[in-house]
Design a binder for this molecule. Structure first.
Ligand code: FES
Length: 136
């Protein structure tokens, strides 16, 4: 089990807790916090951060996970979350992803989380961002 986790909020954002650094695609640290909410609906005006736009946009996703990816995770260490240009959140470092029903959707040291809001395999990226021309 990792000290870092992210909760997938129903119809809302990802809420990361732990030793979290959020970076842009150039590797610049945007924030280093013990808790941070990142957009997963694709509509935030302040990407990669959540600005509450999911409510206005009517984002509708229960925050469940159909295909969990549960593996070994390093005991400790920070997690670096990179907002890939026009693509997903790439999380590197020990992390546990908790679906909205409390189940473990992912545990491990590297994963890609959808931030365009349209993946058919949420919370994971399935490449749909390319098809829909997601920008952010
Ligand atoms: S970011 Fe949504 S499918 Fe890749």
């Amino acid at each position: 089990m990792s000290a870092n986790s992210v909760s997938v909020r129903p119809d809302g954002p990802y809420v990361f807790t732990g030793r979290v650094t959020v970076c842009d695609d150039a590797g610049r640290a945007l924030r280093q916090e013990a808790q941070v909410a990142l957009c997963r609906c694709g509509q935030s005006g302040n990407k990669p951060f959540c600005d509450g736009s999911h409510t206005r946009a009517g984002f509708n996703d229960a925050g469940l996970c159909a295909k969990p990816e549960v593996g070994a995770v390093a005991a400790d260490g920070p997690v670096r979350v990179t907002a890939k240009a026009n693509g997903p959140l790439m999380a590197e470092g020990p992390l546990e992803v908790k679906a909205a029903d409390g189940s473990v959707a992912f545990s491990g040291d590297k994963t890609w989380l959808c931030r365009c809001g349209q993946s058919n395999n949420k919370p994971f990226c399935d490449g749909t961002h390319k098809k829909i021309g997601f920008t952010g």
